[in-house]
Ligand binder design. Structure first.
Ligand code: SF4
Length: 414
């Protein structure tokens, strides 16, 4: 068993050494639970009057978290809040903050996938982590840490999590307790970085959970899923992907198979089957070129390359699934925003009437394009070789056109 007294003492010393507030990343997984538990123990052993600087327990909700984990985290956070405000910081409850940060509306998974047409993320095009995890956390820190913006970010990162993690942590190993974070005036503290997996579990199962949580339930969650490590609390682009994790998003296509969801189903969570089928379908269509705007003209598309019909199909399937599942898969404000984006793209399509745009070129010639057309069948020459950035729209009119499932609007930057 590791010397947890030494870690607690280190936490106490660091807490008392400055007035810089602490931001503790809490994903609900074993590592962040261990760190938060150690911080609770460390601070409760200090005299109350010494607890005079803010603690922010931050949980990052991508809004597409694995539902079994998301429910667990919400319940834990409520217990943490109650214990923190009424016991640990009873003397100054406003110093103890428990916060769930979420992506901005324009950055959510569904808005990007369906509304903007970005294919679901993979290892090479992982647009999700920054939008859904790093940015919400960074905004919280920048907006809530006072004028100086100073913060110490306390994380459960461990070298034993993976070779990559060990290498990146060793890069920062300068013999000091804190390393500089990419945010100005922020530092990272990783008190359990040298602990092994076994030591973490041994600690969690032996030391009572100080906010009344049930670490055996956490172990059960882990054993319901099978292989892999927990999704780290991601705070900067260098942090390893959580794609391999069991504590990630249920829609994650960064991994080939979501083994954790497969195991949840295998272990009795039958209702997740539909989610898994949908997730696998997302993974499949991502590989199919007929779901994309042809490469040669992809740069002229304002947003992502998924075809309009693909995006609509995703939305239809998602809403159908939501109808009979006892949980919200997409929030009403996301749905509204997506519908506006889709309507924008499909201008006139519903009435089988499309818009014709006539452009005046710099040499006086005119060029006509149709706002929405059968992109796979339309000859490339129709788009012309003109640089559409330098033309002026002079007229717009409606034209009749047959609806085709392979249509999508083309946006030109004008
Ligand atoms: S779990 Fe997958 S989809 Fe979610 S943020 Fe991580 S890499 Fe992206």
């Amino acid at each position: 068993m590791f010397n947890y007294e030494a870690i607690i003492s280190d936490i106490q010393k660091l807490y008392l050494s400055s007035s810089i507030p602490w931001v503790i990343g809490f994903s609900g997984g074993k590592d962040s639970t261990t760190v938060l538990q150690l911080v609770f123990y460390a601070l409760s052993a200090l005299p109350r009057e010494k607890l005079s600087k803010g603690i922010h327990v931050l949980s990052n909700d991508t809004l597409v978290e694995n539902p079994a984990i998301a429910n667990y985290v919400v319940r834990e956070m409520e217990k943490i809040r109650t214990k923190g405000e009424t016991v640990l910081f009873k003397h100054k409850p406003d110093l103890f903050n428990v916060v769930r940060v979420t992506p901005k509306l324009e950055d959510t998974f569904w808005v990007n996938l369906i509304g903007k047409g970005y294919p679901s993320p993979n290892r090479w095009f992982r647009w999700c982590t920054e939008r859904m995890k790093i940015n919400p956390t960074s905004s919280y820190i920048l907006n809530n840490m006072g004028k100086s913006g100073k913060a110490i970010i306390v994380l459960g990162s461990r070298k034993a999590e993976s070779g990559n993690r060990a290498a990146s942590m060793n890069n920062y190993n300068n013999g000091k307790r804190l390393r500089k974070h990419t945010l100005p005036n922020a530092f990272v503290y990783t008190p359990i970085e040298d602990l092994s997996n076994n030591e973490v579990w041994a600690y969690l199962l032996q030391a009572p959970n100080p906010w009344g949580g049930d670490n055996r339930r956490l172990l059960k969650l882990y054993s319901s899923a099978c292989s892999g490590g927990e999704c780290p609390f991601v705070i900067e682009t260098g942090t390893q992907s959580c794609g391999k994790s069991r504590f990630g998003c249920w829609v994650c296509t960064v991994v080939d198979r979501d083994k954790s969801m497969e195991n949840f189903i295998h272990n009795g969570e039958e209702w997740m089957k539909e989610l898994l089928v949908f997730r696998n379908w997302l993974y499949d269509i991502r590989q199919q070129t007929n779901q994309y705007v042809p490469r040669s003209i992809a740069k002229k598309v304002k947003f992502g390359p998924f075809l309009l019909r693909t995006r609509r199909e995703i939305l239809d399937k998602l809403l159908t699934m939501q109808e009979h599942l006892p949980l919200e898969l997409i929030a009403p404000d996301e749905l509204n925003y997506i519908q506006k984006l889709l309507a924008n793209d499909a201008e006139g399509q519903e009435q089988k009437v499309l818009k014709k745009f006539i452009f005046k070129l710099s040499n006086g010639d005119k060029l006509a394009t149709i706002s929405d057309f059968n992109i796979l069948l339309t000859p490339r020459t129709r788009l012309g070789s003109k640089n559409l950035k330098r033309v002026h729209l002079i007229k717009s009119q409606k034209v009749s056109y047959h609806f085709s499932h392979s249509t999508r609007v083309m946006y030109y930057e004008m």
